[in-house]
Design a protein around this ligand. Sequence first.
Ligand SMILES: C[S@@+](CC[C@H](N)C(=O)[O-])C[C@H]1O[C@@H](n2cnc3c(N)ncnc32)[C@H](O)[C@@H]1O
Length: 268
Amino acid sequence: MSDPGYVHGYSLREAARLADQADTLAELLHVGTHYPAGARVLECGCGTGAQTVHLAASSPEAEIVSVDISPEHLERARERTETAGYTNVSFQIADAYDLPFAEQSFDHVFVCFLLEHLPEPERALGQLRGLLKECGSITAIEGDHGSWYCHPSTHEAERTVECLVEIQAGHGGDALIGRRLYPLLAGAGFHTVHVSPRLVYVDDSRPDLVEGFSKNTFIAMVEGVREQALDLGLMDEASWDKGIADMYKATDPGGTFSYTFFKGTALK
Ligand SMILES: C[S@@+](CC[C@H](N)C(=O)[O-])C[C@H]1O[C@@H](n2cnc3c(N)ncnc32)[C@H](O)[C@@H]1O
């Protein structure tokens, strides 16, 4: 039941990229997210469990139910969580538009990098809202590729990122969704919506971020759509390869990288 249109695919390399992304950004993205003992939390679109282990670690006494549409991703999530020794998480295959849970059966919902892949994110948010108890909360984290820049940069480097945005749009997603998080949450009926931008800035004084974010999260994500970009004729091969090489140059000493994530919280 994996979504064949999912832009990033279900390869082992993508699983490694999601883990690098989550581990590198854990402090930035998870700070402020703790659920109390006994709280029932739905993580929708858990992927390979890269965020799940951070949720389980910061809320060890909450009951976390993690779902994804992909059996491959869900199996990796289960393995990752078991290997890490967390026992407060259960897994289930489910579609964000058709969730097999009773209305008002969760205290909190957590979604991360899910809405950007959904053709109808507001409809999915509406369904998630229905699953929350009165006064339940949602936390939604999304990126926005329009917030990315690097130095030095070239037209080809910028074009590769535009190609990813266009390819994701072709799959019905929106890689620029971070800027829409506030209106999406409000439009789905949530109140007390608060969105905080979380900026990652990288230079060679932070070699951990050069590896974990610039190379292994961001450039790896763009490289992942190479075949799709070439097949669609969005760029020629030489220009694509130059664009990727130019992005890597911005990870050399003297280069810089920046990207903004958006973390939204709201109440039912
Ligand atoms: C970019 S991954 C993010 C995974 C994880 N939240 C993380 O941050 O590492 C997006 C995930 O959403 C899942 N997904 C896409 N469409 C979905 C849907 N309609 N219902 C549930 N999951 C979906 C994909 O299978 C994938 O695992």
